[in-house]
Design a protein around this ligand. Structure first.
Ligand SMILES: [Fe+2]
Length: 285
């Protein structure tokens, strides 16, 4: 080396950058920054990242950001297809509660309150389904007055927010459990739908030869005062995309059979689904 001075090593540089952030006063932010610098540097070292690859990465992330706005969140989609959203869900799950899964981009607050058993969609949205079950606490006691906030896509694979032909709040509703913790609602059988692939996340999926389909599901947020709310899905056991869900949202414990009604079931539906939920005590987090 010139003048006998050794070149800086990657490790020396990483240590300098870590030291530059070590004085962050807020402890949690200090820990997050240290881990971020450490893992980011390790990524470059491990892959021997080239300047052209670094530049391509910056351009990719810039384009992802430019595709974000009030109607679209390409960064959340990127997080979803990399399994990062699901990972954060799993890390923060309440033990012994119903498994959670991704919220997704189509939740709309303020869905109409509906009566027990009411239908949330129109007849043309798909074959009618009765979904029913109970909400219980960690010791198996019924949770009365729990709220189920339910939403799903129509038979064309589109949510009301994506489809001008659907009335607002179509296939959405809030249901309340009875004194025995039971609930029921009518909807339609959900279909698989493609995640948006016209942006940079679509380029990524194509480069990796990956599927862009979500396994058919019904979204539910179950909540009650004094319990940790659960944001989850009910998946259709007969759906072909359970093993390749584009956002890694499938949990085996959330898959249910959409079965034909039996002699004791209502005759106005084509399928019946039983789904119980368990809530863990605690605060919203
Ligand atoms: Fe969805």
């Amino acid at each position: 080396m010139m003048d006998g001075v050794a070149a800086m090593t990657p490790q020396e540089l990483t240590e300098q950058v870590l030291a530059a952030h070590a004085g962050t006063p807020q402890p949690r932010l200090r820990a997050l920054l240290a881990a971020l610098v450490s893992h980011l540097h390790s990524f470059a070292v491990e892959t021997r990242l080239t300047p052209l690859e670094w530049q391509a990465g910056v351009e990719f992330l810039t384009a992802v950001g430019q595709q974000c706005g009030p109607e679209r969140q390409e960064f959340i989609l990127l997080s979803d297809v990399l399994g990062f959203s699901s990972l954060v869900d799993i890390l923060n799950a309440a033990p012994a509660a119903t498994e959670s899964t991704v919220l997704g981009p189509f939740y709309l607050a303020g869905a109409p309150k509906r009566e027990m058993g009411e239908q949330i969609g129109r007849p043309q949205d798909g074959p009618p389904v009765l979904v029913r079950g109970r909400v219980r606490d960690g010791s198996g006691e019924p949770v009365s007055g729990a709220i189920l906030d339910v939403w799903q896509a129509g038979g064309n694979g589109l949510y009301d927010t994506q489809d001008p032909d659907q009335p607002r709040y179509n296939l959405r509703g809030m249901f309340t459990t009875g004194p025995d913790g039971s609930y029921e609602f009518r909807t339609v059988r959900p279909v698989s739908y493609p995640i948006p692939t016209d942006g940079r996340v679509g380029d990524l999926l194509r480069a990796a030869r990956r599927d862009h389909w979500r396994a058919a599901h019904i979204h539910v947020i179950v909540s009650s005062p004094g319990f940790v709310p659960v944001t989850t899905h009910i998946f259709d056991a007969d759906n072909p995309y359970l093993g390749s869900d584009a956002v890694f949202g499938v949990r085996e414990s959330l898959v249910r059979k959409f079965r034909p009604p039996g002699a004791d079931d209502p005759a106005d539906v084509d399928y019946v689904v039983n789904m119980d939920f368990t809530l863990a005590s605690g605060d919203e987090s």
